[in-house]
Design a protein. Sequence first.
Length: 212
Amino acid sequence: MFKAFQLQLEAPTVKEEQTINFKNRSANHFVPNLTIGAPVIESLRKHTKAYLDCHLMVTNPLDYVDPLAKAGASGFTFHIEVAKEYWQELIRSIKSKGMRPGVALKPTTPVEEVFSLVEAEDPVELVLVMTVEPGFGGQKFMPEMMEKVRALRNKYPALDIEVDGGLGPSTIDAAASAGANCIVAGSSIFGATEPAEVINILRKSVEGAQQN
Ligand SMILES: O=C(CO)[C@@H](O)[C@H](O)COP(=O)(O)O
């Protein structure tokens, strides 16, 4: 979504009800590339009240809670792979700063690893199932990850379940019918001649699946 924030900074036309998803990555640690940090979110926050959804692809998410909260982030999703020893503290810290906590899992991480975070006294409110290896946009959707989505939806009917990676018109139905209700899409939207049409297709698929 690097393109998304560039576009929005140049032309801040984000509506209040929209969600913008940011990738916060630390170079050569959790993933090999570096993208967005708190200053960008702070800049964008001046122009919109939209929900700013931050996905922390970093090894030290605790260090980002304060800066992102001050910058105006709405959601803070960390990776379970790096926070096994301190996720309770992290969730409490995220909530105490007024952000909504979420947990993400890489393709190789079993879904069972996040159950205790959803069932905790201070629970996460969103689970992000990565449908590509974290790092780069433009990768191929991994349909086998839908087993994780289905398991989460069966167990937690009201949970926000997000999917990220390779989502577009040809893959959205698989994700939506498995139970995903939050969709992160980059290439399929920013590479389209009519981005709004693609967004509409994604939204309709999710809404349709929720009605069934
Ligand atoms: O950043 C990542 C993976 O870490 C991407 O998966 C984007 O979040 C979505 O991009 P597309 O897969 O839709 O191009």
